[in-house]
Design a protein around this ligand. Structure first.
Ligand code: XIL
Length: 301
């Protein structure tokens, strides 16, 4: 096929992009979005600071814009992210203990409830594990409410939107390492105890100057073997030219080789849209032209 979305669909997968609401009026941007992509993740618009700027008062304007655009274009939606230590509103940053726990539950109930029936998968919890070799949870205000905060978040999300797949999402979990193994052990535990979890997201913020983890595919596969879907959720690869194109192709092949790898989302459309714009990590250049990396992905799909 001649687009990312159609090529991914040939094997039952999606190809997605992170989208910013304020760019939808840019016709070059939305032209590429609607031509190439079959899944959309709001880049910032569903985060806690955006959706509940003051406690108990919910604001869905920008997120709804993206959802409405996606529905009109026949794209599905990944919700991102219900519970995360970052991009919390100031009022939540100042809470702790049972007040923060209650606020988290209320937030998830309201936001997942607002979008009930419209979300393919939610990143219920984002980035809850520490970097490095400890395998520990990341210290955060949410973690300090008690180690059970993650399972409470998942149970709350399930109740609010029973048809959405519920994902755990993180970075530096792209190969087999202490951090990904800690996430793996959490999934094993959740499955054993009946805590709802359907998918694991691998952000995959990568750099073509360092080798891709050689066990990238094996890592996806070990999670898939637990019975969860795996998704590449925020792919971008710093670099340019052949090195970047080869890494994009390798990530694509890894997903295709894992039956439960449901799809790939790139974290932006043009290099200039990227949160790492100076590293030119995406598939289209600033003018919206296809890069070598685009062709490599299309050929690999
Ligand atoms: C980033 C956005 O791309 C930026 O626009 C924002 O300023 C900060 O957050 N991991 C995640 C994403 O889960 O939500 C982050 O998105 C990138 C890292």
């Amino acid at each position: 096929a001649s687009t990312l979305g159609a090529s991914a669909a040939a094997s039952g997968r999606y190809y997605g992009a992170a989208v910013a609401a304020y760019k939808l009026s840019d016709s070059v941007y939305s032209g590429i979005l609607d031509r190439e992509f079959t899944m959309v993740t709001p880049e910032n618009e569903m985060k806690w600071d955006a959706t509940e700027p003051s406690q108990g008062s919910f604001s869905y304007g920008s997120a709804d814009q993206i959802v409405n655009h996606a529905v009109a274009a026949g794209q599905r939606i990944r919700g991102h992210a219900l519970a995360w230590h970052s991009q919390q509103p100031g009022w939540a940053q100042n809470l702790s203990g049972s007040a923060l726990r209650q606020a988290m539950v209320n937030h998830i109930t309201n936001v997942a409830g607002h979008y009930r029936g419209k979300i393919y998968a939610w990143d219920v919890v984002n980035e809850a594990f520490a970097d490095g070799s400890s395998g520990a949870r990341r210290d955060s205000n949410l973690q300090r409410t008690g180690n059970d905060w993650i399972e409470v978040a998942f149970r709350t999300a399930r109740a609010a939107d029973p048809n959405a797949k519920l994902c755990y999402n993180d970075y530096n979990t792209d190969g087999v390492n202490a951090k990904s193994t800690a996430v793996y052990n959490m999934v094993v535990d959740f499955k054993a105890r009946g805590v709802p979890i359907d998918c694991v997201g691998f952000q995959s913020h990568l750099n073509s100057a360092s080798p891709l983890p050689g066990d990238y595919q094996a890592n996806l596969q070990r999670f898939a073997n637990l019975g969860v879907e795996v998704q590449i959720t925020e792919l971008d690869i710093a670099g340019s030219g052949t090195a970047q194109a080869n890494d994009f192709a390798a990530v694509t092949r890894a997903c295709l080789a894992v039956a439960r790898c449901a799809g790939i989302t790139v974290w932006g459309i043009r290099d200039t849209d990227s949160w790492r714009a100076s590293s030119t990590p995406l598939l289209f250049d600033g003018n919206g032209n296809k890069k070598a990396a685009y062709t490599a992905v299309l050929d690999a799909l």
